[in-house]
Design a protein. Sequence first.
Length: 385
Amino acid sequence: MSKSFHRDRFFWVVAVQTAVVNFYLGGFGPAQSLLRADQGTSLTIAGLHGTAMGVASIFAGWANPRIAHKYGRNRASWIGLSIFITGLTLFVISPPVYITLPATFITGFGTSVVINTMLTKMSSHYGKAAEVAIPQANGIASVGFVTGTALIGTIAIAFPSLWRLGLLLALPVALLLFFVGREKGAEEHVPDEHGPQGGKLSAKFWISWFGFVACISSEFATSFWAAALLKDRVGSTAAISTVAIVALGTGMGIGRWYGGLVLKKLSLDNQLLTIIAMQFLGFLGFWLSHNMVISLLCLLVVGLGISMQFALSSIRLIGLSDGRPDLAIGRASLAAGVAIAGAPFLLGLLADIFQISRAYIMVFVLIGIAFIIVKAIPSDVKESV
């Protein structure tokens, strides 16, 4: 089956939904140093925001088959976006840490619902071409990610006390998308009489699931704390280091848009192995660098390596699910939740004890685990799911 596809209205609506939530992720993740400075907390406490987001993803993973069954995938994506807007507004207007933590949970839950439904909707809509369509949709999402990072960092430089207000720009875009992009005459969803997708998944699925945890852990550990390592190594300010993470997001965007086209002759597994190896080389250079320019170039390479791991690993899990995509993506969201909740917090904890540079050795271990598991467990993706 061909991997070519047409970027139709469906593609753009789903891609922009994902871009809206990635605007928040791009602004929020690297801004941990700014949030920590605002609230006067330790690295460990600041890392709890990542934990809240991860726990939200776990809950969203549990809810995914149920939401998809009751409301349908299309309506589920708008429900997720509404939850996201609610949490984001609460985060911006409530500065104390005891409010920003639950607000991050609400925002994270909505974010995960949007991303989960993007994966299942595109897998169903595009079939085999999803190997190109999903990374390209994530490429559009990277525009939101980079914009969020650059905007929040710039505001932090010019108006240090107002950086959170920039996150509110996601709201008008989400509302406009809802009124313009929602299908007014869509066929009403009828829940499957057999109930939500469920049942036992194979050992191959769960081993690959563990590899997925490693992939997402390395991504979020890098995006949450790379600014802190850059600040430590080159002596830049927290705000400038945050803006510098644009290099990471730029690499992710380029990789997501062009990666599937460049690597389309390779099998799904070999595509994933190639970009994991690229991530390792880029991260090694970044970890060893004490020069801003070299660090930025290495972060760009890390971004290229990270770019398609989420999409390709998700497609692998769908292929190993015996035709149960909603269940597979629910479990993938659980994996992402474990990674998001655990990796930034653990890295922050290790940084408090051993300093950020030594703590980052953890990322090398995660990259190695991901590579070995993809190599050991062949993908069952041969045709559309």
